[in-house]
Write a new protein. Sequence first.
Length: 351
Amino acid sequence: MELRQLVSALDDFASLCLAESWDNVGLLVEPSPPHTVNTLFLTNDLTEEVMEEAVQKKADLILSYHPPIFTPLKRVTWKSWKERLVVRALEHRIGIYSPHTAYDAVPHGVNNWLSKGLGACTSIALHPSAAPSCPAEGTHRVEFCADNTEHLDTLLHKIRDIQEISCLTTHPARVEGKEQTRVSLNCSQKALLEVVALLSQNNPLYHKTEILLLQKPLLLHTGMGRLCTLSEPVSLSVIIERIKSHLKLPHIRLAVGMGKTLESPVKKAALCAGSGSSILKGTEADLYLTGEMSHHDVLDAVANGISVILCEHSNTERGFLSELRDMLGIHLQNKIDIILSEKDKDPLQVV
Protein backbone atom coordinates (compact mmCIF):
# COMPACT_ATOMS: atom_id res chain seq x y z
CA MET A 1 0.00 0.00 0.00
CA GLU A 2 1.34 3.45 -0.88
CA LEU A 3 2.31 5.47 2.22
CA ARG A 4 -0.07 8.37 1.65
CA GLN A 5 -2.93 5.94 1.03
CA LEU A 6 -2.14 4.17 4.30
CA VAL A 7 -1.89 7.44 6.24
CA SER A 8 -5.30 8.42 4.88
CA ALA A 9 -6.72 5.07 6.04
CA LEU A 10 -5.18 5.54 9.49
CA ASP A 11 -6.72 8.99 9.72
CA ASP A 12 -10.09 7.45 8.84
CA PHE A 13 -9.63 4.91 11.63
CA ALA A 14 -9.11 7.71 14.19
CA SER A 15 -9.42 11.31 13.07
CA LEU A 16 -6.41 13.38 14.10
CA CYS A 17 -8.70 16.35 14.75
CA LEU A 18 -9.72 14.53 17.96
CA ALA A 19 -6.17 14.84 19.33
CA GLU A 20 -5.42 17.44 21.99
CA SER A 21 -4.22 20.82 20.69
CA TRP A 22 -0.84 20.47 22.44
CA ASP A 23 -0.14 17.08 20.86
CA ASN A 24 2.07 16.26 17.87
CA VAL A 25 0.27 13.64 15.83
CA GLY A 26 0.21 12.29 12.29
CA LEU A 27 3.02 11.47 9.88
CA LEU A 28 6.21 12.65 11.60
CA VAL A 29 8.88 11.16 9.34
CA GLU A 30 8.32 10.55 5.63
CA PRO A 31 10.82 8.86 3.29
CA SER A 32 11.04 10.34 -0.19
CA PRO A 33 8.15 9.18 -2.42
CA PRO A 34 7.16 6.83 -3.79
CA HIS A 35 7.16 4.75 -0.62
CA THR A 36 5.29 1.46 -0.43
CA VAL A 37 4.30 -0.01 2.95
CA ASN A 38 4.24 -3.78 3.16
CA THR A 39 4.93 -4.03 6.91
CA LEU A 40 3.41 -1.83 9.61
CA PHE A 41 5.24 -2.01 12.95
CA LEU A 42 3.35 -1.12 16.17
CA THR A 43 4.98 0.16 19.34
CA ASN A 44 3.95 2.20 22.36
CA ASP A 45 7.33 3.97 22.68
CA LEU A 46 9.91 4.28 19.92
CA THR A 47 13.25 3.80 21.67
CA GLU A 48 16.55 3.07 19.96
CA GLU A 49 16.21 -0.61 20.87
CA VAL A 50 12.75 -0.69 19.29
CA MET A 51 14.04 1.13 16.20
CA GLU A 52 16.73 -1.53 15.69
CA GLU A 53 14.01 -4.17 15.98
CA ALA A 54 11.96 -2.37 13.33
CA VAL A 55 15.01 -2.26 11.04
CA GLN A 56 15.67 -5.98 11.52
CA LYS A 57 12.04 -6.80 10.76
CA LYS A 58 12.12 -4.65 7.61
CA ALA A 59 9.32 -2.33 8.71
CA ASP A 60 8.19 0.27 6.17
CA LEU A 61 6.16 2.34 8.64
CA ILE A 62 6.31 2.54 12.43
CA LEU A 63 3.12 3.45 14.26
CA SER A 64 4.37 4.76 17.60
CA TYR A 65 1.54 5.58 19.99
CA HIS A 66 3.70 8.19 21.75
CA PRO A 67 5.20 10.72 19.31
CA PRO A 68 9.00 10.33 19.31
CA ILE A 69 9.23 13.91 18.03
CA PHE A 70 7.39 16.22 20.39
CA THR A 71 9.42 19.34 21.02
CA PRO A 72 10.88 20.85 17.80
CA LEU A 73 14.25 19.53 16.62
CA LYS A 74 16.74 22.27 15.76
CA ARG A 75 19.05 19.80 14.04
CA VAL A 76 19.21 16.13 13.08
CA THR A 77 22.59 14.71 14.11
CA TRP A 78 23.96 11.66 15.88
CA LYS A 79 24.23 13.54 19.18
CA SER A 80 20.87 12.86 20.87
CA TRP A 81 18.82 9.67 20.86
CA LYS A 82 15.68 11.24 19.35
CA GLU A 83 17.69 12.75 16.51
CA ARG A 84 19.30 9.35 15.92
CA LEU A 85 15.80 7.83 15.56
CA VAL A 86 15.10 10.19 12.66
CA VAL A 87 18.49 9.43 11.08
CA ARG A 88 17.95 5.67 11.32
CA ALA A 89 14.38 5.92 10.00
CA LEU A 90 15.44 7.88 6.92
CA GLU A 91 18.52 5.72 6.29
CA HIS A 92 16.30 2.63 6.17
CA ARG A 93 13.35 4.33 4.47
CA ILE A 94 10.99 3.85 7.41
CA GLY A 95 8.16 6.29 8.00
CA ILE A 96 6.98 7.21 11.50
CA TYR A 97 3.34 7.92 12.36
CA SER A 98 1.93 8.80 15.78
CA PRO A 99 -1.77 8.97 16.79
CA HIS A 100 -1.36 9.49 20.58
CA THR A 101 -4.35 11.39 22.03
CA ALA A 102 -6.47 10.75 18.93
CA TYR A 103 -6.42 7.08 20.03
CA ASP A 104 -7.26 8.16 23.60
CA ALA A 105 -10.38 9.97 22.37
CA VAL A 106 -12.02 7.54 19.94
CA PRO A 107 -14.71 5.17 21.29
CA HIS A 108 -12.69 2.13 20.13
CA GLY A 109 -9.40 3.46 21.52
CA VAL A 110 -7.04 3.14 24.46
CA ASN A 111 -9.41 4.25 27.22
CA ASN A 112 -12.12 1.90 26.00
CA TRP A 113 -9.61 -0.96 26.14
CA LEU A 114 -8.51 0.07 29.65
CA SER A 115 -12.12 0.11 30.87
CA LYS A 116 -12.43 -3.58 30.00
CA GLY A 117 -10.21 -4.30 33.00
CA LEU A 118 -13.02 -3.20 35.32
CA GLY A 119 -15.50 -5.81 34.13
CA ALA A 120 -18.92 -5.21 32.60
CA CYS A 121 -19.69 -1.49 32.66
CA THR A 122 -21.04 1.45 30.71
CA SER A 123 -18.95 4.55 30.15
CA ILE A 124 -18.98 8.14 28.95
CA ALA A 125 -16.08 10.47 28.20
CA LEU A 126 -15.00 12.65 31.12
CA HIS A 127 -14.08 15.47 28.74
CA PRO A 128 -16.15 14.90 25.57
CA SER A 129 -14.73 15.89 22.20
CA ALA A 130 -16.60 18.37 20.06
CA ALA A 131 -17.94 17.30 16.67
CA PRO A 132 -15.24 18.36 14.20
CA SER A 133 -17.47 19.47 11.32
CA CYS A 134 -20.11 21.73 12.90
CA PRO A 135 -20.42 24.67 12.84
CA ALA A 136 -18.44 25.14 9.65
CA GLU A 137 -17.41 28.77 10.08
CA GLY A 138 -16.97 31.36 12.81
CA THR A 139 -16.86 31.32 16.59
CA HIS A 140 -19.81 33.69 17.17
CA ARG A 141 -23.17 34.53 15.63
CA VAL A 142 -24.44 38.11 15.72
CA GLU A 143 -28.14 38.88 15.19
CA PHE A 144 -30.04 42.16 15.24
CA CYS A 145 -33.15 43.80 13.78
CA ALA A 146 -33.17 47.22 12.12
CA ASP A 147 -35.51 49.48 10.22
CA ASN A 148 -35.33 49.31 6.45
CA THR A 149 -33.42 52.54 5.93
CA GLU A 150 -30.43 53.76 4.00
CA HIS A 151 -28.52 53.59 7.25
CA LEU A 152 -28.97 49.79 7.30
CA ASP A 153 -27.63 49.48 3.76
CA THR A 154 -24.56 51.50 4.74
CA LEU A 155 -24.06 49.39 7.86
CA LEU A 156 -24.28 46.11 5.92
CA HIS A 157 -21.79 47.40 3.37
CA LYS A 158 -19.31 48.15 6.17
CA ILE A 159 -19.88 44.76 7.77
CA ARG A 160 -19.18 42.97 4.46
CA ASP A 161 -15.81 44.75 4.31
CA ILE A 162 -14.71 43.15 7.60
CA GLN A 163 -12.44 40.13 7.27
CA GLU A 164 -13.56 36.75 8.68
CA ILE A 165 -17.30 37.41 8.27
CA SER A 166 -19.42 34.57 6.89
CA CYS A 167 -23.04 33.45 6.49
CA LEU A 168 -24.35 37.02 6.36
CA THR A 169 -28.10 36.83 5.73
CA THR A 170 -31.05 39.21 5.88
CA HIS A 171 -34.77 38.42 5.95
CA PRO A 172 -38.00 40.31 6.70
CA ALA A 173 -39.15 40.36 10.32
CA ARG A 174 -42.06 41.92 12.18
CA VAL A 175 -41.03 43.36 15.53
CA GLU A 176 -43.57 45.08 17.82
CA GLY A 177 -45.88 45.61 14.84
CA LYS A 178 -43.20 47.19 12.68
CA GLU A 179 -41.72 45.78 9.48
CA GLN A 180 -37.96 45.38 9.94
CA THR A 181 -35.00 43.42 8.61
CA ARG A 182 -33.34 40.75 10.71
CA VAL A 183 -29.61 40.43 10.09
CA SER A 184 -27.61 37.33 11.02
CA LEU A 185 -23.90 36.66 10.52
CA ASN A 186 -21.11 34.40 11.69
CA CYS A 187 -17.72 35.83 12.57
CA SER A 188 -14.42 35.09 14.26
CA GLN A 189 -13.44 36.43 17.69
CA LYS A 190 -11.33 39.10 16.00
CA ALA A 191 -14.10 40.16 13.60
CA LEU A 192 -16.60 40.26 16.48
CA LEU A 193 -14.79 43.23 18.01
CA GLU A 194 -15.10 45.16 14.74
CA VAL A 195 -18.78 44.27 14.32
CA VAL A 196 -19.57 45.36 17.89
CA ALA A 197 -17.68 48.62 17.34
CA LEU A 198 -19.86 49.36 14.29
CA LEU A 199 -23.12 48.48 16.02
CA SER A 200 -22.24 50.49 19.14
CA GLN A 201 -22.36 53.66 17.05
CA ASN A 202 -26.15 53.27 17.10
CA ASN A 203 -27.24 52.77 20.71
CA PRO A 204 -30.84 51.58 20.05
CA LEU A 205 -29.54 49.07 17.51
CA TYR A 206 -26.68 47.95 19.75
CA HIS A 207 -28.99 47.23 22.69
CA LYS A 208 -31.13 44.97 20.49
CA THR A 209 -28.12 42.94 19.34
CA GLU A 210 -27.77 39.28 20.34
CA ILE A 211 -24.36 37.62 20.34
CA LEU A 212 -24.27 33.82 20.49
CA LEU A 213 -21.22 31.67 21.11
CA LEU A 214 -21.12 28.93 18.48
CA GLN A 215 -20.31 25.66 20.19
CA LYS A 216 -19.88 22.38 18.42
CA PRO A 217 -22.06 19.52 19.70
CA LEU A 218 -20.33 17.19 22.14
CA LEU A 219 -19.68 13.51 21.43
CA LEU A 220 -20.48 11.70 24.68
CA HIS A 221 -18.54 8.53 23.87
CA THR A 222 -15.54 10.34 22.36
CA GLY A 223 -12.99 12.34 24.32
CA MET A 224 -10.46 12.24 27.13
CA GLY A 225 -10.88 9.83 30.05
CA ARG A 226 -13.89 7.70 30.90
CA LEU A 227 -16.39 7.60 33.75
CA CYS A 228 -17.40 3.97 34.06
CA THR A 229 -20.44 2.62 35.89
CA LEU A 230 -20.12 -1.06 36.73
CA SER A 231 -23.10 -3.29 36.01
CA GLU A 232 -22.70 -4.76 39.51
CA PRO A 233 -20.69 -3.18 42.36
CA VAL A 234 -17.67 -5.21 43.45
CA SER A 235 -15.12 -4.78 46.20
CA LEU A 236 -11.92 -2.80 45.68
CA SER A 237 -9.92 -6.01 46.15
CA VAL A 238 -11.82 -7.66 43.25
CA ILE A 239 -11.20 -4.62 41.01
CA ILE A 240 -7.48 -4.79 41.83
CA GLU A 241 -7.25 -8.41 40.71
CA ARG A 242 -9.23 -7.69 37.54
CA ILE A 243 -6.94 -4.83 36.59
CA LYS A 244 -3.76 -6.79 37.29
CA SER A 245 -5.09 -9.61 35.13
CA HIS A 246 -6.14 -7.29 32.29
CA LEU A 247 -2.82 -5.42 32.24
CA LYS A 248 -0.79 -8.59 32.95
CA LEU A 249 0.92 -6.95 35.91
CA PRO A 250 2.09 -8.71 39.09
CA HIS A 251 1.91 -5.45 41.05
CA ILE A 252 0.07 -2.13 41.00
CA ARG A 253 0.28 0.89 43.31
CA LEU A 254 -2.72 1.54 45.54
CA ALA A 255 -3.91 4.40 47.72
CA VAL A 256 -7.07 3.56 49.66
CA GLY A 257 -9.56 6.40 50.03
CA MET A 258 -10.25 7.88 53.46
CA GLY A 259 -12.80 5.76 55.30
CA LYS A 260 -12.55 2.97 52.71
CA THR A 261 -11.08 -0.55 52.88
CA LEU A 262 -10.24 -3.29 50.40
CA GLU A 263 -13.77 -4.59 50.90
CA SER A 264 -15.47 -1.26 50.11
CA PRO A 265 -17.72 -1.45 47.04
CA VAL A 266 -16.72 0.15 43.75
CA LYS A 267 -19.63 1.24 41.57
CA LYS A 268 -18.13 4.15 39.64
CA ALA A 269 -14.56 4.34 38.38
CA ALA A 270 -12.93 7.26 36.55
CA LEU A 271 -9.99 6.30 34.37
CA CYS A 272 -7.46 7.82 32.03
CA ALA A 273 -4.65 5.96 30.29
CA GLY A 274 -1.17 7.42 30.77
CA SER A 275 -0.98 10.43 33.08
CA GLY A 276 -4.45 11.17 34.37
CA SER A 277 -4.24 13.88 37.02
CA SER A 278 -5.64 16.77 34.98
CA ILE A 279 -8.39 14.63 33.42
CA LEU A 280 -9.57 12.88 36.59
CA LYS A 281 -9.30 15.77 39.05
CA GLY A 282 -12.63 16.77 40.57
CA THR A 283 -14.53 13.76 39.22
CA GLU A 284 -16.87 12.06 41.70
CA ALA A 285 -16.10 8.35 41.73
CA ASP A 286 -15.20 5.47 44.03
CA LEU A 287 -11.93 4.85 42.20
CA TYR A 288 -9.39 6.61 39.99
CA LEU A 289 -7.45 4.35 37.59
CA THR A 290 -4.50 5.70 35.63
CA GLY A 291 -0.80 5.22 34.96
CA GLU A 292 0.63 8.02 37.06
CA MET A 293 -0.52 10.95 39.20
CA SER A 294 1.31 13.56 41.22
CA HIS A 295 1.77 12.95 44.93
CA HIS A 296 -0.48 15.87 45.87
CA ASP A 297 -3.25 14.85 43.49
CA VAL A 298 -3.25 11.39 45.07
CA LEU A 299 -3.52 13.00 48.52
CA ASP A 300 -6.48 15.10 47.33
CA ALA A 301 -8.29 12.04 45.96
CA VAL A 302 -7.71 10.00 49.11
CA ALA A 303 -8.92 12.86 51.33
CA ASN A 304 -12.16 12.85 49.32
CA GLY A 305 -12.66 9.14 49.91
CA ILE A 306 -11.54 8.11 46.42
CA SER A 307 -9.16 5.16 46.09
CA VAL A 308 -6.38 5.43 43.49
CA ILE A 309 -4.76 2.70 41.41
CA LEU A 310 -1.55 3.58 39.54
CA CYS A 311 -0.04 1.11 37.07
CA GLU A 312 2.84 3.21 35.57
CA HIS A 313 2.31 5.33 32.49
CA SER A 314 2.71 3.02 29.51
CA ASN A 315 1.37 -0.08 31.28
CA THR A 316 -2.09 1.46 30.90
CA GLU A 317 -1.56 1.82 27.13
CA ARG A 318 0.67 -0.91 25.72
CA GLY A 319 -1.81 -3.78 25.94
CA PHE A 320 -4.10 -1.91 23.56
CA LEU A 321 -1.66 -2.59 20.71
CA SER A 322 -2.74 -6.23 20.41
CA GLU A 323 -6.35 -5.14 20.01
CA LEU A 324 -5.25 -2.39 17.64
CA ARG A 325 -3.43 -4.90 15.42
CA ASP A 326 -6.62 -6.88 14.94
CA MET A 327 -8.78 -3.80 14.32
CA LEU A 328 -6.32 -2.33 11.81
CA GLY A 329 -6.09 -5.66 10.05
CA ILE A 330 -9.82 -5.51 9.37
CA HIS A 331 -9.78 -1.78 8.61
CA LEU A 332 -6.94 -2.19 6.08
CA GLN A 333 -8.54 -5.34 4.61
CA ASN A 334 -5.45 -7.40 5.47
CA LYS A 335 -3.51 -5.70 2.67
CA ILE A 336 -0.33 -5.31 4.75
CA ASP A 337 1.47 -7.21 7.49
CA ILE A 338 1.01 -5.72 10.96
CA ILE A 339 3.47 -6.75 13.67
CA LEU A 340 3.96 -5.83 17.32
CA SER A 341 7.25 -4.81 18.85
CA GLU A 342 8.75 -7.39 21.19
CA LYS A 343 11.28 -4.92 22.64
CA ASP A 344 8.80 -2.21 23.66
CA LYS A 345 8.38 -2.13 27.46
CA ASP A 346 7.75 0.24 30.33
CA PRO A 347 11.02 1.85 31.43
CA LEU A 348 10.15 1.32 35.11
CA GLN A 349 10.11 -2.01 36.89
CA VAL A 350 9.71 -3.28 40.43
CA VAL A 351 12.97 -4.79 41.77
